[in-house]
Design a protein around this ligand. Structure first.
Ligand code: CP
Ligand code: NVA
Length: 309
């Protein structure tokens, strides 16, 4: 793919700092164009994108589909019952067939290996729309949101409170490329993947901490970040996790400890009253909706980069 100017977007640390910052800069430019009502910038005209969803989605589906259309292209939604990748048909066959119809593939899957296989066999760029391991498009949108609200990502303190899941892995991969202070505060036994954390720390780019005391961790934070305690595929553990995660709810008291300037972020969907209180999500410091909007703008820039445009 590289020979013909095409790139997959699977992990943030597949790219260097310069490229990530370039994509974020492009996201700002294209965002400004789209928001100005400008409708003559159509770099994706005549292009099509296949979107494979093995899991539910609102933001990822709507932001990719709308973004691709606004830039002139056409996106197709393929839901969990359509392709049944790995069940009705092997992933490597899906990759090769779709590559013959479409210019780009976006996929949300369970096993991370599935996105790796798709990327290996597809002759067009493959974009990761979330796996059990990571969610790079989300963290690109989050980085854009932090740049817009805090002013910059470099040097900010981001404290993630909760489960050491796919979102945390993408934060860790971003922290191996761009310098900031990343703290994951989680219950014991719910830490992020040790190898991913170790490699991110070893990269020596950012200050990275995995800690266990939320009240201590949030001090001096620029951003408090939360996600569900039971991710897609773990919903049967929800009740058990609610017990284990006691003390990890982002509530008004925790926000107060962070200080009056700390922003609240959440990738959404949120379970209000579980990992975050209704009051925090509705507070003036909550930037969850600009954050959700930025999914589309960040992804537009990611798709342009992937297509070499
Ligand atoms: N944040 C996010 O990926 O949302 P969806 O699951 O609705 O796509
Ligand atoms: N950790 C969550 C993120 C949803 C966008 C999940 O995987 O369900």
């Amino acid at each position: 793919k590289a020979e013909v100017g095409l790139t997959d977007f699977i992990h943030i640390n597949d790219f260097d700092k310069e490229t990530i910052l370039k994509i974020l800069e492009r996201a700002k430019e294209v965002k400004a164009l789209v928001k100005s009502g400008e409708r003559t910038y159509l770099p994706l005209k005549g292009k099509t994108m296949a979107m494979i969803f093995a899991k539910p989605s609102m933001r990822t589906r709507v932001s990719f589909e709308t973004g691709f259309y606004l830039l002139g292209g056409h996106a197709l939604y393929l839901g969990p019952d359509d392709i049944q990748m790995g069940k009705r048909e092997e992933t490597r066959d899906v990759a090769r067939v779709l590559s013959r119809y479409n210019d780009i593939i976006m996929a949300r899957v369970f096993a991370h290996q599935d996105i790796l296989d798709l990327a290996k066999y597809a002759t067009v760029p493959v974009i990761n729309g979330l796996t059990d391991f990571n969610h790079p498009c989300q963290i690109m949108a989050d980085a854009l949101t932090i740049i817009e609200h805090v002013g910059q990502l470099e040097g900010t303190k981001v404290v993630y409170v909760g489960d050491g899941n796919n979102i945390v892995h993408s934060w860790l991969l971003l922290a191996s490329v761009i310098p900031f202070h990343f703290v994951c505060v989680c219950p014991r036994g719910f830490e992020p993947d040790p190898r991913t954390a170790k490699n991110a720390i070893k990269a020596g780019v950012s200050k990275i901490e995995i800690v266990y005391d939320p009240k201590e961790a949030v001090k001096g934070a620029d951003v408090i970040y939360s996600d569900v305690w039971a991710s897609m595929g773990q919903k049967e553990e929800a009740e058990y996790r609610r017990k284990v995660f006691q003390g990890f709810q982002v509530d008004e008291e925790l926000m107060k400890l962070a200080g009056p300037n700390a922003y609240f972020m959440h990738c959404l969907p949120a379970e209000r009253g579980v990992e975050v209180t209704d009051g925090v999500i509705e507070s003036p410091n909550s930037i969850v909706f600009p954050q959700a909007e930025n999914r589309m703008h960040a992804q537009n820039a990611i798709m342009l980069h992937a297509l070499g445009l």
